[in-house]
Design a protein around this ligand. Structure first.
Ligand code: NOJ
Length: 527
């Protein structure tokens, strides 16, 4: 079994480029239409050539897939649709030989309703205490125990035939665990060890601000502090326990922490808690120079006191793909306002997404790429009868759900299903082959080539802190203290002159005939 080779660089995670693999849609090695570990192993050379430092795998464990694997039935088994545990071990070792580390995804808030604990709980065993079971309100217990709503829509409670209700902040097939129970804590620390023993270098913590609940399970009252289930203080002790386990292995965490309050957010990143967390304020920030600059400044300011590196994220498996988002009138992202049929200018969105790639790859910290981002894939429209994401059905059909960013990747332009493998589990839209990796690899102007070049050149920025340079309104220009390069991004309506005595290293689009930087374009310059 692949023990981790001693790290040349224990601080790799402070400045890494990390590629998110949604296995189900990455590459299908056995031709059944679902991506798998065989497919990932075959694509390792592609990932090495892209230049990424680590892969984050969305949950690959045994799962009924009611929420794309975020309903885990067994953390110690790989879902048979994806492969076997032995193959995961091989993959971790093979990737490491190419200098690529592995990050797995742990989902502490809930498990699958098919998890042995929940099945035993339903059978009336003491495992009930590992979840939140309660009698209902009303004369016959016909009303849920409180008024909490599921993140996917509808009540957060489901009633069982025996009359009791159980809590699920997500789908009914994802019962919430009771983190006040010591066995829940023990089990998760064991799961961490299980994967660290297999050479995993890091763990993404799903819904990291949600697992702890007010034990009284009170109704939600807007504005009342503390919240009954978001960002509760009890969480920090849990993550300190996790950190102690990770430190034994030199492994790291990245938390999925959606919190608007920057001070509360930073508490998760104290030196004895999680190492990093995703930067969702940057990800959801509209394409606007002043707002992006403020988002970057706020990010750096909130991380500094705890000594944690920032992360930069443009998209993931939950949000509208960058190319599409930036091609819309509202270039920000909000789950609450997603609808069908939003007008989109893909050429505009692509130009901006390419500029955003150079912006984020020049900033100090870690960058996350979501599979297909390097191909400039747009969000796909999924035929209604093919949408699987529970967010769609539970919204009453108004929310398109998240499948539009989860479409199987195009690898080979001239192969069936664009080289993904068998008939894809989610349909690929017309024209998908035009984004194929093989075609882009040969095209010097492609988005894939841009990402490869950017990741290769990125070290020229050095490791130092960011310094803003004087620039006209609507233009972002910065350098890094010890670096040999500048990044300039033009979001203004007029072309921008480049700083004197600087030579372009890489640009997201052509300069104009006068050598100026056009709107929605970014350039890296040698200082
Ligand atoms: C966040 C994950 O990113 C998302 O895909 C999932 O549906 C929820 N957490 C529930 O686990």
């Amino acid at each position: 079994m692949g023990q981790p080779t001693p790290d040349r660089d224990d601080d790799w995670w402070r400045s890494a480029v990390i590629y998110q693999v949604y296995v189900r849609s990455f590459a299908d090695g056995d031709g059944d239409g679902t991506g798998d570990l065989t497919g990932v192993r075959a694509a390792l050379p592609y990932l090495a050539e892209l230049g990424v430092d680590a892969l984050w795998f969305n949950p690959w464990y045994l799962s009924p897939m009611k929420d794309g694997g975020y309903d885990v039935a067994d953390y110690r088994a790989i879902d048979p649709a994806f492969g076997t545990l032995a193959e995961a071990e091989k993959l971790i070792a093979e990737a490491r030989e190419l200098g690529i580390r592995t990050i797995v995804d742990i989902v502490p808030n809930h498990v699958s309703d098919q998890h042995p604990w929940f099945r035993a709980a339903l059978a009336g065993g003491p495992e009930r205490d590992l979840f939140h079971f309660r009698p209902g309100r009303g004369e016959h217990g016909e009303r849920p125990p409180n008024d909490w709503r599921s993140e996917f829509g509808g009540p957060a409670w489901t009633r069982l035939p025996d009359g009791d209700w159980y809590l699920h902040l997500f789908a009914p097939e994802q019962p919430d665990l009771n983190w006040a129970h010591p066995a829940v804590r023990r089990e998760h620390e064991d799961i961490l060890r299980f994967w660290f023993e297999r050479g995993v270098a890091g763990v993404r913590v799903d819904s990291a601000a949600l697992p702890a609940k007010d034990p009284r399970l009170p109704d939600f009252v807007a504005g009342r502090d503390p919240h009954p289930y978001v960002d509760r203080d009890e969480l920090h002790d849990i993550y300190r326990g996790w950190r102690a386990v990770a430190d034994e292995y030199g492994a790291v965490f990245v938390g999925e922490v959606w919190l608007p309050d920057t001070e509360r957010f930073a508490r998760y990143l104290r030196p004895d808690e999680l190492h990093t967390a995703f930067n969702f304020s940057f990800m959801t920030c509209p394409w606007d120079a002043a707002r992006l600059r403020a988002s970057i400044d706020d990010t750096l300011a909130e991380h500094a006191p705890v000594g944690a590196p920032a992360t930069w994220v443009l998209c993931n498996h939950d949000v509208t793909r960058t190319v599409t988002r930036y091609g819309r009138a509202d270039t920000g992202f909000d789950f609450a306002t997603k609808t069908f049929g939003t007008p989109t200018d893909l050429a505009l969105g692509t130009r901006r997404a390419r500029a955003a790639a150079l912006l984020s790859l020049a900033l100090p910290g870690t960058v996350y790429l979501y599979q297909g981002e390097e191909l400039g894939l747009p969000e796909a429209d999924i035929p209604l009868d093919r949408i699987e994401d529970p967010m769609h059905a539970r919204s009453g059909g108004t929310d398109p759900g998240r499948d539009g960013c989860r479409v199987p990747l195009p690898w080979t332009a001239d192969a069936p299903h664009a080289g993904f493998g068998g008939e894809p589990w989610l349909p690929q839209p017309a024209g998908w082959a035009s984004y194929a990796a093989d075609r882009q690899a040969r095209d010097p102007g492609s988005t894939l080539t841009l990402y490869r070049e950017a990741i290769r050149l990125r070290p020229v920025f050095g490791d130092g802190p960011l310094t803003w340079l004087p620039a006209p309104d609507g233009v972002l220009a910065f350098a890094r203290a010890d670096g040999g390069a500048l990044c300039v991004v033009n979001l203004a309506d007029t072309p921008a002159a480049l700083p004197a005595r600087s030579a372009p290293l890489l640009a997201s689009g052509p300069l104009d005939p006068d050598g100026r930087l056009p709107k929605d374009t970014a350039v890296w310059l040698r200082a």
